[in-house]
Ligand binder design. Sequence first.
Ligand SMILES: C[S@@+](CC[C@H](N)C(=O)[O-])C[C@H]1O[C@@H](n2cnc3c(N)ncnc32)[C@H](O)[C@@H]1O
Length: 260
Amino acid sequence: MSIVDAFDRMQWGTEDLHFDGLHFLLEQCRTTNAATDSPTFTLHKKRDIVDEYRKFFALRPDFHPEHMLEVGIFKGGSLAFWREILKPKRIAALDILPDPRDSNLAAYTKSVEKETIITAHWSSDQTDTSLLRRIAKEDLNGRIDFVIDDATHEYHATKVTFQTIFPFMPPGSIYIIEDWAWNHWKRYQVRNSERMKDRSPSELAFELAESTGSASGVIDHIEIYNVFIAIVRGRKPVTGDFDLEESIIRRPFYPYKWAR
Ligand SMILES: C[S@@+](CC[C@H](N)C(=O)[O-])C[C@H]1O[C@@H](n2cnc3c(N)ncnc32)[C@H](O)[C@@H]1O
């Protein structure tokens, strides 16, 4: 069965989503906190981003990731969401939040364990490079086919995770950074000190484009959507630490007045 079929089985309400017997409350659409009588997951996605993912997977019918890493899972709902869509053999995930001890997530993890081994790391920071390497080696057997980073959406943290994990990815595998463009969205055009502590993640998107254009071979190509950027792994192996800067060639003659 193709990945796109899974998207076509989704039944959307205004505040929730029913999908293959699972019930997701859409955190960003909820206007009430009314209890529901069925076990629910919480999903931090609106329909527009899910529609973009459908478009993305429709272009690659042969892509079937076996080992997935998800960075930023809130209470774990997106783990169940992606597992139902992709049916990988292993999913590892992390979030800085403490373990929500959600019995629904525990029951789901148990119910799929013959098909998919799910490992969630709570109270875990996406910049913890030794943890990231341990997850890559121990939870995902040293090979990661698909990554979604939906955590801080901050330039430095996002780059640290990317540089640490990308070397574990084989040619053709895909690394997604969600919400890379928030600096350019109308609703963020307000002064907000929290959002001004770091460079914009779109500067990272530009560096990824620079690396691709430098024909470094580490990145095959990137695909830019409004709500996420997809980085497709190239053929060049990386040994030791990966520094994105070192994969970029820049002419030294660039007039300083145009430099960013
Ligand atoms: C947008 S939510 C993720 C939602 C989830 N992927 C979904 O689609 O439902 C972002 C998550 O990133 C987590 N986060 C924030 N800073 C983090 C960090 N430094 N390391 C790991 N996770 C972090 C937050 O706790 C939050 O759960």
